[in-house]
Design a protein around this ligand. Structure first.
Ligand code: AMP
Length: 420
């Protein structure tokens, strides 16, 4: 489901797009509609799940609906967080997601001079992000105005309780209007959290995000950061290893599949291709040849590869990095099946590093970065010669060089053995 389905204001969607998020995380999918409907909410989700956006986006949307003009008088939202670092991080998130809106945020926390914080409050803010201690202090001196408050968020509520903030939180909530929306985020659902909910919330909805589904443990995953123009050469170098017995290579587009297949053929790699412009007969043949081991490499696009089941794929290569995390999980699931170990190798050129970050966020896992020893990652982009596409000339030369290198090298005995 895309972010646009939530009905968020256009400026917020623009900021999300700028952040590079392609789709909401599970906690966002579950929580955002409930918060936008005005419900109180208990969300059980850990840091790193995207929980901050789950409350910040609906909060900003609420601000955007208001037609009040001029600077705000009292704060409309209060977010309580256990630590100064978290408070600052939440404030930065609000500024990021709200960059196309005229909103003012202040962070109130101890350990620093309070004058600048008081000054910010005096000017008027829409939202306060605070740690409990300093806020109590300023409340006591009547520096904060909560008469217009509509929403309270307790972030990392369990941690705040463990840190002994219960009394402070009670005091703060006692200063807020009774009619408000209260959201509580916590890593665990304990008795203490339930008790807090009973006292501070009205018929809260519960959102609980379990462990996210991770790619099979039987797949070793790694990444090669490689410039786009060197992907062919790197693939060929990797194929020099006999460990890559049955290799499924994913590319984004059909003509990319054609080009890569031609290149591999030139390099004398046994290869077949699978994409939607090929006839059913050709597709069946390609698949059969791959299954029978007549070809070692199958180059495929995502659409065609969906649903096909091939036994014994030892390696999946993401020649083009997948745009959607789901595609990644699906692609690498083609190997490491039935408890056998498989390997997933992804090529990531600089321009796709943001896709890698998003993927790692979704699978809660940092992928191993690898570099192939002896490979020249700095090799220049070849200049075009008249009448010939640069990549063609470059690949032809590389192919010849590599084929010569391969011919000169005796094949290890395992290369000829069948699988297992
Ligand atoms: P949080 O759990 O709120 O601390 O978020 C963890 C990280 O995930 C932050 O760096 C966010 O910028 C990022 N993030 C939040 N939502 C998404 C999303 N839908 N897609 C990708 N990254 C996200």
């Amino acid at each position: 489901m895309p972010f646009s389905n939530f009905g968020l204001e256009a400026g917020i969607l623009r900021a999300i797009q700028k952040a590079g998020y392609t789709r909401p995380s599970p906690v966002q999918t579950a929580a955002i509609p409930k918060v936008m409907q005005g419900n109180d909410l208990i969300a059980i989700a850990q840091t790193g799940t995207g929980k901050t956006a789950a409350f910040v986006l609906p909060m900003l949307h609420r601000f955007s609906l208001s037609n009040r003009q001029g600077p705000p008088r009292g704060a409309r939202t209060l977010i309580l967080a256990p630590t100064r670092e978290l408070a600052v991080q939440i404030m930065e998130n609000i500024r990021d997601y709200g960059q196309y809106m005229p909103i003012r945020v202040a962070a109130i926390y101890g350990g620093v001079d309070e004058e600048s914080q008081i000054k910010a409050l005096r000017k008027g803010v829409h939202c306060i992000v605070a740690t409990p201690g300093r806020l109590i202090d300023l409340l006591g001196r009547q520096k904060v105005d909560f008469t217009e408050l509509e929403m309270l968020v307790l972030d990392e509520a369990d941690r705040m309780l463990h840190m002994g903030f219960l009394h402070d939180i009670e005091k703060i909530v006692g200063n807020l209007p009774q009619r408000r929306q209260t959201l509580m985020f916590s890593a665990t659902l304990s008795k203490e959290i339930e008790s807090l909910a009973r006292r501070f919330q009205f018929q809260p909805k519960l959102v609980q995000i379990g462990k996210r589904s991770n790619p099979a443990d039987t797949v070793n995953q790694c990444v090669y950061e490689v410039p786009g123009h060197l992907k062919n050469a790197l693939l060929l170098e990797l194929l020099a290893s006999p460990k890559l017995q049955r290799v499924l290579v994913f590319v984004r587009l059909k003509d990319g599949a054609d080009r890569l297949t031609n290149f591999l053929k030139l390099a004398q790699v046994k290869v077949a291709k699978l994409h939607s412009s090929r006839s059913q007969e050709q597709r069946n043949q390609a698949l059969q040849d791959f299954k029978d081991g007549k070809v070692r490499v199958l180059v495929a696009t995502d659409i065609v590869a969906r649903g096909i089941d091939i036994e014994g794929v030892t390696h999946v290569v993401n020649y083009d990095f997948p745009v959607n995390p789901e595609d990644y999980v699906h692609r690498i699931g083609r190997t490491g099946r039935a408890e056998t170990q498989g390997e997933a190798i992804s090529f990531v050129p600089k321009q796709d590093l943001n896709l890698l970050n998003i993927l790692e966020f979704f699978i809660s896992q940092r992928l191993d970065r690898r570099r192939l020893r002896g490979f020249d990652y700095q090799a220049p982009i070849p200049a075009a010669t008249p009448g010939e596409k640069p990549e063609k000339r470059d690949w032809r030369k590389r192919t010849r060089d590599l084929a010569a290198k391969k011919a000169a090298k005796p094949q290890p005995p395992t290369a000829r053995r069948g699988r297992k």
